[in-house]
Write a protein that binds this ligand. Structure first.
Ligand code: EPU
Length: 426
């Protein structure tokens, strides 16, 4: 297990290019199960999670190919297998995205339940409700979801997919994918509006699916007999972009994040202005403005919400910024009320944070000091690296395999900006 040594207090400067969105590329690759032709994703991000998805697809019989520039092709010429094993699913919750396409293409899917995760229970009841609405029978057996289409295949239906915490991103994706091969029209109400859902919809359209309402909470899908192959350019990763912007802001440096979609990060840009940390942006770039190391942001509250609200996947990184604010800020988690694993680790670095239920109260301090800290999940790890960039001394971030799941070679990209960060094999 590798760790990062992060030398704090170095200003950053320069440009960093954002990779394709992890949470869009995973379902797009799963959509390859809907066709016997090839689906190609140019320049997929070189992430552990992408390799895991290719392993899952390979275990189902797909031919997978990764080119020199990381472009990925997947082809399921024959009938795919129907069972996605615990061995793969436990490595990554995103593997649950194979359920919908497998069920639609083969009439049967057996996919291991993903289990709990460090930031709480993450149910998939909404996914299953959607499949049942399409006529499937669904049961849980020996830790697996076993879903079977009725004789004659899935049939279109109306279904509401909201949850008490907003709409389910992968739930919407799963049901949307299943509906593309169902007979007749499916109407999904309460669909998630995240850009990753829209991106998957665009990919399905280029495979021949008929989908209306992308980006809205109501999707209408007219099922097709079969879909074709396609080449699909995945959207830039808004969470990776936001993380790099915050690296620039925290260090008071000018960092230009290029190849991103500022319109997907309107809420972050707004909050940063509110915090007295201006960022400029153009059509496909965002740039933090230099104000010098030690510049303290104004305390600024955020509440995580479904898109276009503040993303839960940037909550930990925002907290890293607020630990240095000139006053008290309040962070509220409305998506995953227990997603606060980074809190105790930030406290080890001198942050003053208290938690009350789904809310964290952050009393900004003048500076953080380095400490050995342990990464517990992907975004929490990113927050610890960000904190390390400004802490006094050398922060030792353990278990960085979490960060490798979602950020492509983050240490070399931060080093290229001037950060003092290196990977050490443990
Ligand atoms: N929920 C239910 N029932 C369901 C599904 C979800 O009650 O059947 C609840 C969840 O407990 C949560 C809320 O609905 O409170 C939203 O969960 P959602 O299903 O949208 O999450 P997800 O699809 O499992 C994706 C991303 C997460 C990201 C969330 C929220 C992927 C592979 N994962 O998860 O990304 O935090 O949406 O935006 O797309 C990450 O990248 O670090 C990450 C965790």
């Amino acid at each position: 297990m590798d760790r990062f040594l992060v030398q704090g207090g170095r200003p950053l400067a320069g440009e960093v290019t954002v990779a394709c969105a992890k949470n869009a590329v995973l379902p797009v690759l799963a959509a390859s199960l809907l066709t016997r032709e090839t689906l190609r994703v140019p320049r997929a991000p070189a992430l552990v999670d992408v390799r895991t998805m290719l392993d899952v697809l390979g275990s189902l019989g797909a031919e997978t190919r990764v080119e020199e520039d990381d472009s990925v092709s997947v082809r399921n010429a024959g009938e795919p297998g129907t069972r996605a094993d615990w061995e793969y699913v436990r490595r990554m919750r995103g593997s649950v995205c194979v359920l919908g396409p497998l069920l639609a293409r083969t009439g049967r899917a057996e996919v291991s339940l993903p289990g709990g995760c460090v930031f709480g229970v993450r149910p998939i009841d909404v996914h299953l409700k959607g499949f049942e609405a399409l006529g499937a029978s669904v049961r849980i057996e020996h830790g697996y979801v076993v879903a079977e289409a009725p004789r004659g295949g899935l049939r279109g239906a109306e279904v509401f997919l909201g949850t008490p915490f907003g709409s389910s991103v992968t739930g919407t994706m799963n049901v949307m994918m299943a509906a593309t091969l169902a007979r007749g029209r499916t109407v999904i109400q309460g669909a998630a509006c995240e850009p990753e859902v829209e991106d998957l919809g665009r990919c399905l359209r280029s495979m021949g699916a008929r989908i209306e309402g992308l980006g809205s909470p109501c999707l209408e899908i007219d099922g097709e007999e079969e879909l074709s192959g396609a080449e699909h350019e995945v959207i830039p990763d808004r969470i990776e972009a936001g993380t790099f912007v915050l690296a620039g802001v925290l260090t008071g440096s000018r960092v230009r994040v290029v190849g991103c979609r500022p319109d997907h990060l309107a809420v972050l840009i707004d909050r940063l202005w509110q915090a007295g940390c201006p960022v400029e942006h153009g059509e496909d770039w965002i740039e933090s403005q230099p104000c010098g190391l030690g510049h303290r942001p104004r305390p600024t509250d955020v509440t995580t919400q479904p898109y276009p609200g503040f993303p839960t996947d940037l909550q930990a990184q925002w907290m890293a910024l607020m630990t240095l604010a000139d006053g008290v800020s309040v962070i509220t988690e409305r998506i995953y009320p227990d997603r606060y694993m980074h809190l105790a680790e930030l406290a080890r670095m001198g942050a003053r944070v208290r938690r009350q239920g789904a809310t964290a109260i952050v009393q900004g301090v003048e500076s953080l000091s380095s400490a050995p800290v342990t990464a517990s999940d992907l975004r929490a790890s990113a927050a610890l690296v960000l904190a390390g960039l400004v802490a006094r001394g050398e922060t030792d971030v353990h278990r960085v395999y979490h960060i490798d799941r979602g950020y492509q070679r983050i240490e070399s990209r931060l080093s290229a900006l001037g950060a003092g960060i290196r990977r050490v094999a443990e």
